[in-house]
Design a protein around this ligand. Sequence first.
Ligand SMILES: [Zn+2]
Length: 120
Amino acid sequence: MASRKRSPLRCPVCNGPLRKTRITPLGSVTADLRWELHAGECPEHGWFQAEVISRPPREIFAVTRPGGIARKFTINGKPLYAFPTIWNRQDPLVKADPYDARYWEVDWSKLPTGTVVFSS
Ligand SMILES: [Zn+2]
């Protein structure tokens, strides 16, 4: 069962492992598209989640809890809601394993430089 796999999700801020990680199947978009919600908590930076729809996620969201509302954060004063992943800059027609951890890394080239600050 795919839902028993380990989530490649890590903290987008410190790249540390997350605790309480969970993969929630959200059903099928179509017969062969798998749709899952991955979530986990960084002891320092809080909850994060990402949606997998048969491909790696394009963004990782900071959330109040799994399935909860997005937490806004700022980098160098710029308000943001999501961390774009390396997958975000791939050609969407490329086939990829949705669990390939390389694609889950944050694409910092798309974000302002500075310290990530959560408004809590
Ligand atoms: Zn962290």
